[in-house]
Design a protein. Structure first.
Length: 390
C-alpha cells in the first residue's frame, strides 16, 4: 500500500533555497542601483520644487524672493559642498527713516560724474548702523549688516548704481557713500565707452554743484528661519562644477584662506526671471542658464592645497572616488535665467579631460579654459535633454 508524502525533503528545500539565493545575488546589485538612482532623482526634484516655489512667491507678491545655497564649512573640501538651501524673503527698500530724507549727490572730480552721496545720520540711521557693522573686523558682523556693499541705490529717474564703500564723519552726523560712477559698455562699432550711471542733471542745473535728491536703497533679501530644505544623507550639490553659462564655474572655491564661506543666492524678480546671483559681495546678472550638479557627497573632490599633490582628481573615474561629473547617477539642476524655469536633467560623463585635473578655482591657470571645455561638453547634453520627470 502506497503512502502519500506530505511536505518536502531536506534536499528539495536546500535546492529551492539555493535558487532563491542565486536569484537574490543577481537582483540585489540591480535593485541597489535602481534605489540609488531614484534617491538622487527624488532629491533633485525636491530642490527643483523648492526653487520653483521661491520663484512663484516672487511672482505672487511682485517683489524679490530667492533661495540660498549654504556651503557646508570653511575649508575648501567643505566649501565645495552644499547640503542645505533656505528661502530668501525680499527686504523692504530703504528710503530713510524721515519722510523728507534725501541724499546730497556730488562728484569727487570734474570728470568722474556723480560718485559720492552724503546722508544725514538723523534722517538715515539704518545706513549709519550698517556702515558701523561693515567696518567691523569680525566678518560675521559684516554679514549681519542690514545694508551691504553691492546693494543698489536708486536716484530719481530709476538710475541705479551699486554701493562700493562708505565713511562716517568724526562727529557721526553725516555718512558718505561711494558708488560705482561709470559703466563700461560697447558702442555700435564694438568699441568700449564709459557712460555715467547717473546723469549730471541730478546736480544743480545752474551751478553744477551738489544737489539734494530722494533715494531708494534696494536691499538684498534676507534668509528665513522656516523655509529650509536639506538633502538626503549621502547627497549634496557639488559646487566645483556649478556656475553660470555653459562653461562657467563661478561657485567653486576661489581661495585657500579659511574665511567665512560665501553662500550662493539666486534672486527672482516679480516677473519670475532671475534678476541677480549674489556670491558674497559680488553680484552677477546672468545672461544664460545656471547649472548646479547634484551627486554623492563622497564624490566631491577635495580641492584644498597649494600643490597638485594635495588635491583630489576632479575627473576621477575609478573607486573609491568617482567624481560626480563622471557619474551617470548625478543630476544637473538647470535654471533658465530669462524665465526662471527649473529642470532636473541627467548627467552625461565627459570625455574631454583637462590636463590640470585637480584645480577647480576659476581664477587659476591653466584650469579655466580646459575646465570650461569639459563643463561645456556635459552642459550641452543637459541643455538639450529631457528632464528626469519626462
Amino acid at each position: 500500500m502506497n503512502q502519500q508524502r506530505h511536505g518536502f525533503t531536506l534536499v528539495e528545500m536546500l535546492v529551492v533555497l539555493f535558487i532563491f539565493l542565486l536569484l537574490a545575488s543577481v537582483a540585489l546589485p540591480i535593485t541597489k542601483k535602481l534605489i540609488s538612482d531614484e534617491k538622487t532623482t527624488r532629491a533633485a526634484q525636491s530642490i527643483e520644487s523648492f526653487i520653483s516655489t521661491a520663484r512663484n512667491r516672487a511672482i505672487a507678491e511682485g517683489r524679490t524672493h530667492g533661495v540660498r545655497l549654504e556651503r557646508l564649512g570653511d575649508l575648501d573640501s567643505l566649501r565645495s559642498t552644499s547640503i542645505q538651501m533656505r528661502y530668501l524673503k525680499g527686504a523692504p527698500d530703504y528710503t530713510g527713516d524721515a519722510a523728507d530724507a534725501t541724499a546730497i549727490v556730488s562728484a569727487s572730480t570734474s570728470t568722474s560724474g556723480i560718485d559720492t552721496l552724503a546722508f544725514t545720520v538723523a534722517d538715515s540711521p539704518l545706513l549709519y548702523l550698517s556702515l558701523k557693522m561693515l567696518q567691523s573686523a569680525d566678518p560675521r558682523e559684516k554679514a549681519r549688516s542690514p545694508i551691504q556693499y553691492g546693494d543698489l541705490i536708486e536716484l530719481p529717474g530709476g538710475f541705479l548704481a551699486p554701493i562700493e564703500q562708505g565713511q562716517i564723519t568724526g562727529d557721526a552726523t553725516t555718512v558718505f557713500v561711494k558708488i560705482l560712477p561709470r559703466n563700461n559698455v560697447l558702442d555700435a562699432s564694438g568699441a568700449a565707452t564709459s557712460l555715467g550711471r547717473f546723469p549730471d542733471t541730478l546736480r544743480d542745473p545752474v551751478t553744477g554743484s551738489s544737489n539734494q535728491v530722494k533715494y531708494r536703497i534696494h536691499r538684498r533679501p534676507t534668509p528665513t528661519t522656516s523655509g529650509i530644505i536639506s538633502l538626503p544623507r549621502g547627497l549634496a550639490i557639488d559646487l566645483n562644477y556649478s556656475g553660470i553659462g555653459l562653461g562657467g564655474n563661478e561657485f567653486a572655491p576661489t581661495t585657500l584662506a579659511a574665511d567665512i564661506p560665501q553662500s550662493v543666492d539666486i534672486l527672482f524678480n516679480g516677473n519670475g526671471a532671475v534678476s541677480e546671483v549674489i556670491l558674497g559681495n559680488t553680484r552677477f546678472q546672468p545672461q544664460g542658464r545656471l547649472f548646479f550638479l547634484v551627486g554623492r557627497i563622497d564624490g566631491i573632490a577635495d580641492v584644498e592645497g597649494a600643490m597638485t599633490s594635495d588635491r583630489e582628481d576632479l575627473f576621477s573615474n575609478v573607486k573609491p572616488l568617482i567624481a560626480n561629473i563622471m557619474d551617470r547617477q548625478s543630476i544637473w539642476l538647470v535654471v533658465n535665467a530669462a524665465s526662471g524655469q527649473v529642470d532636473a536633467v541627467a548627467n552625461q560623463p565627459v570625455t574631454t579631460i583637462p590636463t590640470e585635473r585637480t584645480d577647480a578655482r576659476p581664477s587659476m591657470a591653466p584650469a579655466p579654459a580646459e575646465l570650461s571645455t569639459a563643463l561645456k561638453e556635459s552642459r550641452v547634453f543637459a541643455t538639450f535633454s529631457d528632464s528626469v520627470e519626462g
